[in-house]
Design a protein around this ligand. Sequence first.
Ligand code: ADP
Ligand code: TRP
Length: 320
Amino acid sequence: MRILSGLQPSGRLHLGNYFGMMEPALRLQHEGEAFYFIADYHSLTSIHDPAALRSHSLDLALDFLACGLDPVKAVFFRQSDVPEVCELSWILSTVTPMGLLERCHSYKDKTARGMEATHGLFAYPVLMAADILIYDSQVVPVGKDQKQHVEVTRDIAKTLNHTYGDILKIPEPRIREETAVVPGTDGQKMSKSYGNILAIFEEEKALKKKVMSIQTDSTPVEEPKDPENSLILTLYRLVADADAVALMENQFRSGGTGYGDFKKRLFEAIWTKFEEPRRRRAELVADPAYVQKVLRDGAERARAVARPTLDRVRKAVGLA
Ligand code: ADP
Ligand code: TRP
């Protein structure tokens, strides 16, 4: 089984990215041949500061490795180290109906939030399709908001196959339903663009402050609280063990404990959960040559798969 996924290097890794995409993807690296990459071409649609793009890319490489990506098992690389993907993207774009892209939520959402309506932003799903198809990927673990892009990929691949013969594999999205949407500190979907994130590798004091700012209702300390609709408990269930969760649920029901205490416990659970990755990340920061070598080797392995696919497509469409 060939598994592929990518993350944009556009800011700090947060609990939504981790539980929605990274952790499920890291689990899958033991079940098949995984290709994971840093989607830096995609980030050019939002970052026009070269130093920032470089530093975010390095940060994301550190994040992936610290969280458990095994660069021997998985092929780990920077998207832009395999420029073949841009050529495939162009070929795919020649069979992609405008209407398919016009229906994509992500372009509409991003421009509604004030992002510049560039051609790159509009054509973003075609590049993503090329990412997936050039590695003959079968399974694509992503968060729920990327599901539509994988469906677009399937449509584009089917159209190319219909036009030129059976040349591309049809991939499937893999969405983990329990963590399809992780809420942020304000209850909306956790997202960099909403300023409501809990970043995994945040400084201790800053993270604590963010956790303490989680929105709650105004139920007084002594009164029972609703464990089903609590943001604190939704997040706590992701990071704490079952006994600790059961205890907090009981204390919600019985009353007598304030939200402040629950938030402190949530902070401790987040901090403990990422203790080991934090330690590994600090080691990796001290060894930049190792990280560069991992990415170089990954690029070489990725290119060895991408090149033959591109050649197959070039030949099929009449370019070779
Ligand atoms: P952001 O919204 O912070 O910009 P991205 O769009 O870069 O995050 O998302 C990267 C990956 O993480 C995608 O696969 C996406 O589906 C997943 N993801 C992001 N936020 C969440 C969330 N709040 N809950 C679940 N998955 C998420
Ligand atoms: N669009 C994805 C995101 O914003 C990143 C991405 C780019 C991706 N190419 C991909 C994800 C291919 C999965 C497969 O998170």
